[in-house]
Structure formats: structure tokens, C-alpha cells
Design a protein around this ligand. Structure first.
Ligand code: G6P
Length: 623
């Protein structure tokens, strides 16, 4: 993963680099570094820890310059310390890298033989050395007139030898007028200014300095100068990628009245759901424009669905949990079989593609490496159609897919995903209705009822958010707990998984989600008076069975917290949190919200870094 920022201007750019890094911390934050060139002298500052530590060190050293690159790291090869932090310098070459160089051991061996020694344990330093190696073989003493070309040739030669993924930016102490960039499997965007240009892993790093961007395509390499940007495609042909004007209000990046981004994003859910539904519903069906075709000649998606006999869904993390809910919904209401696989599993196993299958990817960021690789594989495997449910327009996933549903959750910054998840559920509810209507499994009457319950979702979530104070109060029960169990049945089973994931990722309490019918096959052995058991119990088909499982926990002295939609009797052993009557169709989405609040408040009490939990990153762009 990692975040990259680079800048080339006629003014000092350290502030641009550091501000850019701060907003890229969602991509990793275990160490950071920056390099600037000032009159041919390189200043490289690296620190372990978050960007704030780097900023203090830069201030202490007082360095700046008109060209530089910076990096915030999520460690893959080598510990999260100062030496392994980027940039890596080998002679005149200074490099930042996002991705994994898979054949780095082999290259390291070859370069060691040529006399290179390495300071860090990283794969990235090997790439810096390889560029240096080719540059010094390539550059003849009389070639100074063609300095860009020769140096760029060397850059290309090195990258041609690399296996793996990379977004890279390279500066050169001998050539302070260019940043070389390349993208293969990791995102990179060029920001265009007047007499200055920038590069970053994500446009948000550059919003304070420009609104004009060029998205690099996979395989692109290029030279960024102050007044020009030259890009070459994977066949090394000069290409003209469009400059896109993107207006994003930088204020959306603030926390407003909230203490953490995660808290803000939980409370933004009614609005996010409303935005995601807006203009996408007709009276008894999803509107024709809800799912957008990427190519002009493509068929209308609702027509396409008529021929779909199977759905394959692939995602990671929280998005994977959304897909699991989707399976229950689509099979139940639309009668179409659905398979759900974790992307990192999908990409390395044999898959049998049933005829007329739709391949659906779900991703908040649209940049998750495993999900992108799974989609690439699916395209080769001959899926009839591909659909991306994604929160980031222009992301790699969106650009690679045939049909797209943008979730319109707004920028999600907290590492633990909240509003992206519930808006993904909206997307899946719409897909369920569209498939059900296309296959005559949902008639007009039922279609109208389901649509009506969707319209209610934002208001119902708003009401559930009023439980915040109550949930905050009960979260103190979790102080000192090391384990927790989340139980659900049917579509609430994935919600139990998601509740457990939220709690473990931000509060560091070990939590497991279980289908409550499985309790007796193992987890029941863990239950005692110290074990909190959280049950997601809306009033639905599965409730009577779930109540039996609750009794099993009670009988063993477990401490129960029941989020219910129907009052089924209080007892001393259970804390009941009543959400009121909720339509079963939207219940997965609604019952997620109190679990998010619970995880949030427990994490705050535990004093963890809620928005940046240890070892995690928001966007996992390495495999
Ligand atoms: C990381 C994040 C999770 C997220 C997962 C998948 O692990 O920390 O919150 O669910 O990646 O990300 P995606 O952007 O593909 O939904």
C-alpha cells in the first residue's frame, strides 16, 4: 500500500508534501519520509511512526526545496523503522515506491554481484539500485544533452526487469528538473498546476494545490517537468491522457464537530444512504439509470439482468461482508444463485464459471489489489458481464468494469469502514430488486413494497443513531474484556461478522462472529460469565431459532447484549437494546449501525487510535 506525493515547482514544496502525506495516512502510517533537492543537494528525512513525527523532524532540520518526493508507509518487506522508511537513495537516485517487487531477492543478488550494498531490508531499495545500475551503464559521459532521454531509458530498463506491482516516483540529484513516475498495479495520478506539477497516489493529497488531474493508466510511465507531462503507455508509445477537472471541497476532509472521522462517518449514514438512493428508484423497480454502463454501446443493465443465471461476488474485508449479505438477499428474493469469495482466495483457485454469470466486485476504494486482480482474472475467465459496486469514481476498479454502481457515501477516511458498508448494502438491495423483477420473482406489488422500505432506510438509521448515548453507556462493560462473540442468523450472520470485525480492528478486543446455529459446534465452550455475547436479533424469519440460541447462552451464564427489533422478554442476564420495528429487507443495514457505535465507544474507552488502528491501512494496494 503506502502513499506517495511528489512536487516540482518554482517555490519551496515541503509544506505541499507534508500536507499531502497527512491525508494519505489512510494508506499506511507506520513510518514516513521525504526527500527534497535544494540546489543539487539532497535532503532526506525519515522517521518511524506517523507523519506528525516526520513533520517535527523536518521542522527541526529546516530543509526545503523546489522539487521533492514523500512517502507514508505500510510495511511489507522489513520492519516499520527509520531505515526501511522511504525515500530510498542509491547514489543520485532517490525513490518512493508503493507496491511489491516480487523478484527483489533475485535482483538484489545480481546487484550485490555488481558491487551494490543495501542499507534497508526493503524490496524498494533494490529498485532504486537497479535504476542506478542501468543509468550508469546507459549514460555515456557525452550524453548530457539528452539527459532526460538517457535517464528515462535507464528507468524503463529497470522497470522492465521488475516483477510485481508499483507506483513509483523518482528524483535524481543530477537532474533537478524532472520526476520520473510509473504505475503498474498501484494507483498514481498527476496533478497539473501552472509552472508546477505534482504526483500522488490519490487526488486528495493534491486538492490544496490543484483541481486538474491526469490519471495514469496501468502500465504508464512518464516524465513530469514543471511545464510538461510526458506519458508513455505499456508499449512505450507516447500517449495523451486527458486532463480532468475535479472539484472536491477540501472541507469534506475535516471532522466537523466530531472527535474522530469514524464517528463523523457513522453519523453521516442517513445522508449517505439518501444520496445513494437518489434518482435510482422507480415505483416498483430500480430505475434504468441506477447501474451505469461504461461503454456507450453496452446494453441497458436491467435488460442484461434478464439473461443472468448466476452471480459471483468477490471482495475483501468489510466489503466481503456486504457481499455475504447480498448472497442471502439475492437468493431469497430473486431466486438466483450467488457465490461469494474473498478476493485473495478467488485469484489463486480454480473457478468454474457457470454460463451467463455476472461477476460483481465490491470495494470502497476501488484500489484493493486482490479485488483488482480477481476482476482481471474474471475478465480472462469469460464472465459475461462485470459490475463494480464502488465508492470512488475514477478508481481502477471502476475504470476496469463494464457496469458500475457508485455508492455516493462521500469520502471515507476512518480506517474502519462504516458508511461505505451500509451504502454497499443499499447497492445490493437495489441489485436484488432489479434481478428479482427481471426474473419475475418479485412482482409489481412486492417491488413497490421493497422500494417503500428502501425509502425509509435513511430515517430509520437516523432514529437508531439516537441510541448513541445508551450504547456509549453500556460500552463501559467492555473495559478489560479480551474476547467477545457476535451472533446472528440468516442475513444477520454477516452482520455479526461485521460487528466482530469492527470491534476487533479498532478496540483490539478479540471478537468472532458466528451463525448462532453453529454455537453448539464449538464456540459454546468459550461461554462463561465474563464473555460478552452480542446478538443481532431483528424480527424476521430466523428469530424463533435465534431465541433458542440465546437461551443456550443464558443457560451457561453468558453476558448477553441483544439488539432486537421486537421485545421478546427482558431478563436479568440480558441487556436489551430495542431498535423497534424494522422491515426485514433493510434490517441488515439498520442493525449494523448500533454495532458500529458499540465498537467506536469501546475503542474510545480503550484509548486506541480510532481512525488509525495499529497495523491497518484503509486502502490495501498490495496483495
Ligand atoms: C482494508 C480496510 C477495510 C476494507 C478492506 C477492503 O482492510 O481497512 O476497511 O474493508 O481494506 O477495502 P475496499 O476498499 O476494497 O472496500
Amino acid at each position: 500500500m503506502c502513499g506517495i506525493v511528489g512536487a516540482l515547482a518554482q517555490r519551496p514544496i515541503m509544506a505541499v508534501l507534508l500536507e499531502g502525506l497527512k491525508v494519505l495516512e489512510y494508506r499506511g502510517y507506520d513510518s514516513a519520509g521525504v526527500a527534497v533537492l535544494d540546489h543539487g543537494t539532497a535532503h532526506v528525512v525519515k522517521t518511524a511512526g506517523k507523519v506528525a513525527v516526520l513533520e517535527a523532524e523536518v521542522k527541526a532540520q529546516g530543509c526545503d526545496g523546489p522539487i521533492g518526493i514523500a512517502h507514508t508507509r505500510w510495511a511489507t518487506h522489513g520492519k516499520a523503522n527509520e531505515v526501511n522508511a522511504h525515500p530510498h537513495q542509491v547514489g543520485n537516485i532517490i525513490l518512493v515506491h508503493n507496491g511489491i517487487i516480487e523478484n527483489y531477492q533475485e535482483l538484489k543478488h545480481k546487484l550485490s554481484f555488481e558491487g551494490y550494498t543495501f542499507k534497508s531490508e526493503t524490496d524498494s531499495e533494490v529498485l532504486a539500485a537497479l535504476i542506478h545500475y542501468y543509468q550508469h551503464r546507459e549514460l555515456k559521459p557525452d550524453s548530457s544533452l539528452k539527459i532526460h532521454t538517457s535517464k528515462f531509458n535507464a528507468f524503463n530498463q529497470a522497470l522492465n526487469e521488475v516483477k510485481g506491482t508499483y507506483g513509483v516516483a523518482v528524483i535524481d540529484t543530477e537532474n533537478p528538473d524532472a520526476i520520473f513516475v510509473a504505475r503498474s498495479g498501484s494507483p498514481l495520478v498527476v496533478g497539473c498546476g501552472i509552472g508546477e506539477n505534482f504526483v500522488a497516489s490519490d487526488i486528495i493529497a493534491l486538492l490544496p494545490v490543484t483541481s486538474k488531474f491526469i490519471y495514469l493508466e496501468d502500465g504508464d510511465r512518464g516524465i513530469i517537468g514543471r511545464d510538461h507531462v510526458m506519458l508513455f503507455d505499456r508499449d512505450q508509445v507516447l500517449v495523451n491522457r486527458p486532463v480532468q477537472s475535479i472539484q472536491v471541497n477540501p472541507e469534506i476532509l475535516g471532522k466537523g464537530p466530531y472527535k474522530h472521522y469514524m464517528q463523523k462517518e457513522i453519523f453521516e449514514q442517513p445522508e449517505a444512504l439518501r444520496n445513494t438512493l437518489m434518482g435510482r428508484l422507480d415505483e416498483d423497480n430500480v430505475s434504468a439509470n441506477a447501474f451505469v454502463a461504461q461503454e456507450e454501446q453496452a446494453h441497458d443493465f436491467l435488460e442484461v439482468l434478464k439473461h443472468i443465471e448466476h452471480v459471483e461476488m468477490v471482495a475483501c474485508g468489510t466489503s466481503y461482508h456486504a457481499a455475504l449479505v447480498g448472497k442471502y438477499l439475492i437468493e431469497e428474493h430473486a431466486g438466483i444463485s450467488v457465490n461469494v469469495t474473498i478476493a485473495s482466495e478467488y485469484r489463486y483457485k480454480r473457478t468454474i464459471v457457470p454460463p451467463n454469470s455476472l461477476f460483481v466486485t465490491l470495494s470502497q476504494s476501488g484500489e484493493t489489489a486482490d479485488t483488482l486482480a480477481a476482476l482481471e482474472l474474471a475478465q480472462r475467465q469469460g464472465y459475461r458481464h462485470t459490475l463494480a459496486i464502488c465508492n470512488v469514481d475514477n478508481s481502477s476498479l471502476v475504470r476496469m468494469s463494464q457496469y458500475v454502481f457508485l455508492t455516493r457515501a462521500g469520502r471515507e477516511i476512518g480506517v474502519a469502514s462504516t458508511k461505505a458498508f451500509t451504502t454497499q448494502l443499499i447497492a445490493l438491495l437495489l441489485l436484488t430488486i432489479a434481478l428479482g423483477r427481471a426474473h419475475h420473482e418479485i412482482d409489481e406489488h412486492e417491488g413497490a413494497n421493497l422500494i417503500a422500505s428502501l425509502h425509509q432506510a435513511p430515517a430509520v438509521v437516523h432514529t437508531v443513531l439516537q441510541l448513541d448515548a445508551k450504547i456509549q453507556e453500556l460500552s463501559s462493560d467492555f473495559v478489560g474484556k479480551e474476547h467477545a462473540l457476535f451472533l446472528g442468523r440468516g442475513p444477520m450472520y454477516p452482520i455479526a461478522l461485521e460487528g466482530a470485525l469492527k470491534l476487533k480492528e479498532i478496540s483490539y478486543i478479540h471478537a468472532e462472529g458466528y451463525a448462532s446455529g453453529e454455537l453448539k459446534h464449538g464456540p459454546i465452550a468459550l461461554i462463561d460469565s465474563k464473555m460478552p455475547v452480542i446478538v443481532v436479533a431483528p424480527d424476521n424469519l430466523w428469530l424463533p431459532k435465534l431465541i433458542s440460541n440465546i437461551e443456550e447462552v443464558k443457560a451457561r451464564g453468558g453476558k448477553l447484549y441483544i439488539f432486537s427489533g421486537k421485545n421478546f422478554g427482558h431478563s436479568a442476564e440480558a441487556t436489551m437494546i430495542d431498535l423497534g420495528t424494522v422491515s426485514p429487507f433493510i434490517a441488515p443495514l439498520v442493525f449494523t449501525v448500533p454495532l458500529q457505535l458499540l465498537a467506536y465507544h469501546v475503542a474510545v474507552i480503550n484509548g486506541t487510535d480510532v481512525d488509525h488502528p495499529r497495523n491497518l491501512a484503509k486502502s490495501v494496494t498490495v496483495e
